[in-house]
Design a protein around this ligand. Structure first.
Ligand code: HT7
Ligand code: ZN
Length: 881
């Protein structure tokens, strides 16, 4: 397959200033007519060809200025030579939406038409220079049978709606903003909508609509509320107003990712729109709020300013994830106070450290701004999104909140309406804050964009009581990654505080300057020392990397006593949580190494103290008492035996269940619901902690508890509690599990998203009896299973192969053989989803020998498949390289 390289970027030769698109929608033969106003760009040679991309479509006609002309076809491109300086290009193509199982381009779901054009779906609709730096004004006419497809939507403003002969009708849409083709969208179907007008701070009114299938309208309130909050937040925090009269969200059941920010017409996976208390959990409510926010924020960071090329993907994705994280933090803090902000931060860091750190350490390691790819769809990764967001967050840390706002303002002033680069963004931030550490060290800072791998931050401290100094030495190393060696130091902001022996925060003096009790040290070299003066203490415990101020692995040789001290006293809630994680992790790692699981009294007492502390949020307690996940534990080891890790973690849960039994019981008794269901931060936190208590109480195996939990599966008044009860039964494998699952399925058979949970819960269940793979195969034979539905495929295949390492990794290799079979089956239907499943074996080289050989064999089996898509091939080849 062809490798696309950043170094080979060349600007386009032609602009398409405007396009008239006409769709005659039909599931079996949709005709797409496009009329483009094309102009040769300054600097392009007169002889420059116009290169158009096209994939899986039939070309019907092509005319330049009304005349048929000759063209060359070269694979998936169509090349036009000898063109005038300006001209009209007309192209007609034929699409077969009902045969489009890839869900890229124009496809059908539930009898309606949808499009997905990012990254390269537009070429599956019509011939076009499918690259984000070609921005055009779109004018779109949609025609379809009126009875079957009464709703016809596209980007921008509705110009007209007209009935046509033969029961067909037509809608005309005009988008006033030039955009790249990846932001084009259309929807045609029988949909209903919740709508509301809102008045923005600017005084302008906007029509907001959330479209769903009939019957789902009662699940749209939270999405609408989230959208309204997002609009208000972006105005207030960044001065960015909605620039369209109408903003639409449409939910679709079959979707490759979470959602898509098409200008004015966001298309969403139903998972991130539909919620009511009976069908959605607190996590679903949170997910909707953040994804609705994310897509809305793209309206400026993505749509108004877009990417010059796909290597710059993090320009919009890293920045927009940062913005959605800030949005969720600000909303949580508004209702739950500052500790709610910390809870959100911990949740985000957990995702980063699990998904991104392992990516950075594996065969798919790539910089935030990748340098090459075969299939761009493979680079919608945790690195581009989550690490990209951390890079933006570090900028904010270095320039301050107000400085960050200035940088954003300058970025829009300079680049509104353009397709630009990550460098352009960083330069704006630096230029708006010329005295900042960011501006002073911009070149070194930008290595965050170009160097792959997770830096290690080695820290050591020395107290000199005579000199009254505490010297902190910070050193950074960055490991080699595939194709990148010999890396340069990056700029690492290290938020730091110092605690004395009583847990008090020490005043920080650096070079005679008063820094309060928390300061950001900026490491720019391989190694630097920072000398804190006027230290009047006999012992100092450093609290480093507060709030996780940089995406690095902190190496500091903390003793248990120091960690217990931080857990009890640190003013930084993130580091209190982190201290608990480290204490738990070291005990887990000892157990994985084969030592007896030793949960000593000081550790247990510390956890008890947390559970009993009335000042701490239930949500924070729940995070603190949840041990690191199996994938995160695996990353700490040289050689991995996943079932062994699972057993160690399970053993820890059992001991915690027993040792803290009284506290779990008290929590269960006292955290009873207050009033009806509400997804707000405080109520969700109480539910989370009570359900954690419930899960531990079930571990004790007492019949009364299991019966009580079974009863909750039957009569809980919300999905969070009902599902937590079901999960607790499935986890312990109690006799009541089977009737509980059956009952649940009978009750929710008509709710696809709930059934996804039902499938996922079973596929991710522990392998109590060696039969888990058979159960997964049985789930695939269930009449409600379909590999064509990405949500359903994810709920079984990903839940087993990726989210259930203890059961998937088997010494007999049966899990891997199953994976190989499913990757190939899925690849023939939907390469994007298959390539994601393929990544379940990214870390095969770390596996203990028995697993490793079987995994390699499975990878080779897939590699030998002659028909593999370039998406899946890229993942497999990198894994085997
Ligand atoms: N920008 C969107 C990315 C996306 C996507 C990418 C590849 C294939 C299908 C896709 N659907 C959506 C989503 C986002 O980050 O907001
Ligand atoms: Zn995004």
């Amino acid at each position: 397959a062809r490798i696309i390289r950043l170094a080979e970027y060349t600007p386009p030769s032609y602009a398409i200033d405007s396009v008239h698109l006409r769709f005659d929608l039909d599931p079996a033969k949709t005709r797409v007519h496009s009329r483009m106003a094309v102009r040769r760009l300054e600097g392009a040679a007169e002889s420059a060809p116009l290169v158009l991309d096209g994939e899986d479509i039939t070309l019907l006609t092509l005319k330049v200025n009304g005349e048929f002309v000759a063209f060359r076809q070269d694979g998936n491109t169509l090349v036009l030579d000898k063109l005038p300086e300006t001209f009209t290009l007309e192209i007609e193509t034929l699409n077969v939406p009902q045969a489009n199982t890839q869900l890229a381009g124009l496809y059908m779901s539930g009898g309606a038409f949808f499009t997905q054009c990012e990254a390269e779906g537009f070429r599956r609709i019509t011939y076009w220079p499918d690259r984000p730096d070609v921005m055009s004004r779109f004018h779109v006419t949609l025609r379809a049978d009126k009875a079957q497809y009464p709703v016809l939507l596209s980007n921008g403003n509705l110009v007209s709606q007209t009935d046509l002969d033969g029961g067909r009708h037509e809608a005309v849409w005009d988008d006033p903003f030039p955009k790249p083709c990846y932001l084009f969208a259309l929807v045609g179907g029988n949909l209903v909508c919740r709508e509301q007008t809102v008045r923005a701070a600017s005084g302008k009114t906007h029509l907001l609509q959330v479209y769903v299938r009939a019957g789902d309208l009662d699940k749209t309130e939270h999405a609408m509320e989230s959208l309204i909050k997002a609009i208000a937040w972006d105005e207030q925090r960044f001065g960015l107003s909605l620039d369209l009269d109408r903003f639409m969200i449409v939910a679709v059941s079959d979707f490759n990712m979470g959602a898509m920010e098409n200008k004015g017409l966001n298309i969403f996976n139903t998972k991130y729109v539909l919620a009511n208390p009976a069908t959605a959990t607190d996590a679903d409510y949170d997910g909707i709020e953040s994804v609705v926010g994310h897509e809305y924020f793209h309206n400026w960071t993505g749509d108004r300013i877009t990417c010059r090329d796909w290597f710059q993907l993090s320009l919009k994705e890293g920045l927009t994830v940062f913005r959605d994280q800030e949005f969720s933090q600000d909303l949580a803090a508004a209702s739950g106070g500052e500790s709610a902000r910390a809870v959100k931060r911990i949740e985000d860091v957990r995702v980063l450290r699990t998904a991104q750190f392992s990516e950075d350490a594996g065969p798919m390691a790539h910089p935030v701004r990748p340098e090459q790819y075969q299939a761009i769809d493979n680079f919608y990764t945790a690195t581009v999104y989550e690490k990209g967001a951390e890079v933006v967050r570090m900028m904010q840390t270095l320039v301050g909140r107000a400085g960050f706002r200035k940088g954003m303002d300058l970025y829009f002033q300079r680049f509104d309406g353009q397709a630009v680069t990550c460098d352009d963004f960083a330069q704006s931030m630096a230029d708006a804050n010329p005295d900042s550490a960011l501006a002073q060290h911009l070149a070194a800072f930008k290595r965050w964009y170009s160097q792959a791998g997770t830096p290690r931050l080695h820290a050591s401290g020395a107290l000199d009581t005579a000199a009254r100094t505490y010297t902190l030495t910070l050193r950074q190393t960055l490991p080699d990654t595939p194709v990148q060696t010999g890396k340069q130091p990056q700029v690492i902001p290290v938020a730091t505080g110092l605690l004395d022996a009583r847990g008090n925060a020490l005043p920080l003096w650096l070079q005679g300057q008063d820094k309060g009790t928390s300061t950001v040290l900026v490491l720019t070299e391989d190694q630097q020392t920072f000398v804190f003066e006027q230290i009047d203490a006999h012992a100092v415990t450093p609290s480093l990397l507060r709030g996780f101020s940089a995406p690095v692995i902190l190496d500091y040789a903390y003793t248990d006593a120091e960690l217990l001290h931080l857990l009890a006293h640190d003013a930084d809630p993130f580091n209190r949580w982190e201290a608990a994680q480290r204490l738990t992790l070291s005990r887990l790692l000892a157990a994985v190494r084969g030592e007896a699981l030793n949960l000593d009294a000081p550790y247990l007492d510390a956890l008890r103290a947390v559970l009993r502390d009335p000042k701490l949020d239930p949500a924070f307690k729940e995070l603190l008492l949840t041990p690191p996940g199996e994938a995160y534990i695996a990353e700490q080891l040289e050689e991995v035996d996943p079932p062994r890790i699972h057993r160690a973690r399970q053993a820890l849960r059992t001991v915690l269940a027993r040792e803290l039994a009284q506290d779990w019981q008290t929590l269960w008794d006292t955290l009873t619901p207050e009033g009806g269901y509400s997804p707000d931060f405080a109520s969700a936190g109480r539910r989370a902690l009570r359900n954690l208590a419930q899960a531990h109480l079930c571990e004790l195996g007492q019949a009364t508890w299991l019966g009580r939990v079974y009863q909750r599966v039957k009569d809980a008044d919300n999905m969070t509690d009902r599902f937590a009860a079901l999960a607790a039964l499935v986890h312990v494998g109690a006799d009541l599990t089977k009737p509980a699952l059956e009952r649940f399925a009978a009750q929710f058979a008509g709710e696809a998203l709930v059934m996804d949970k039902w499938f996922a819960l079973q596929a991710s269940a522990p392998d109590h009896d060696g039969q888990q793979l058979d159960r997964v195969r049985a789930l695939m034979r269930h009449p409600a299973f379909s590999i064509h539905s990405p949500n359903r495929a994810r709920s079984v295949l990903f839940a087993y192969c990726q989210a259930n390492p203890g059961a998937f990794h088997r010494a007999d290799g049966a899990g891997y053989a199953f994976w190989a079979e499913q990757v190939q089956a899925l690849d023939a239907i939907n390469p994007q989803v298959a390539a994601r499943l393929a990544r379940a074996l990214d870390r095969w080289r770390k596996l203990a020998p028995a697993y490793r050989e079987a995994a390699q064999q499975a990878l080779r089996t897939v590699a030998e498949s002659a028909t593999l898509s370039s998406d899946t091939r890229e993942i497999i080849e990198r894994a085997l390289a």
